[in-house]
Write a protein that binds this ligand. Sequence first.
Ligand code: BV8
Ligand code: ZN
Length: 222
Amino acid sequence: MAVLTGAGISAESGIPTFRGAGGLWKEHKPEELATAEAFARDPRLVWEWYNWRREAIAKAAPNAGHRALVQLEIRKPRFTLITQNVDGLHDLAGNGKILKLHGDIWRMRCTSCGANWPNRRVPLPKIPPHCACGGLARPGVVWFGEPLPDGMMKEAEHAAGAAQVFLVVGTSAVVYPAASLIPYARHAGAKVVEINTEPTAVSATVDCALQGPAGELLPKLL
Ligand code: BV8
Ligand code: ZN
């Protein structure tokens, strides 16, 4: 079994999604902030946004939807959780095998020496933060226009291609290449089940589209 999650699974933990009402992208557009160009132009502005998101995420706890996916991993011998989320709530809930397609907001990377380290300081004492080497640090996430971490899509495609059931939870399925895992799983013969509060770009193509909040439907699915 394989599961692909998006921001919607963290909505009931109080973390705003990207494209929904009150979404993160409302005040800002993704191009403005979640790109290497924006960071090069104004690292302070981009770090202010990530600092604000880290503070919001630090207050959030995994919800019943996250917990249901931990139970699923325990019950299913072959289980891979693939997430587009950078909030770390699947780790906090206790899942073991997590493919983080878009990185992790709780990690930093040095723009000069390439060091990569965890940092959970909230709020950040210094903005923008720097590496021990003195280089400027960046959030350990994948920005628009950047490639996913090496080998990540291969591993995700392997999991999606081998799954009998591919669960797609809380994603608008507009971001690529993550969204391509959905047709990939279907063409490999998986039964695709979608859980979302609204119809999405893939709802018409899945075997079963369950409409409702992940925090309610995932425990029921269990
Ligand atoms: C790449 C990390 C190439 C940063 C993120 C034109 C057409 C097609 C593609 C492109 C294009 N132009 C550019 C592209 C490529 C681009 C892309 O896909 N753009 C989109 C916007 C069109 N992709 C990229 O740039 C990727 N890289 O292609 O590189 C390359 C290759 C080699 C060498 C060089 C370059 C990189 C994409 C990664 C971007 N980073 N995040 C950060 O977080 O700050 S993406 C960001 O969006 C998040 O990761 C998020 O997870 C992701 C997807 O959004 P969702 O998770 O789906 O969230 P959303 O708000 O959209 O939807 C929430 C859903 O939940 C809704 O459906 C809602 O109904 C539902 N929901 C709400 N509440 C609940 C619920 N469901 C259930 N229960 C609830 N309670
Ligand atoms: Zn460094």
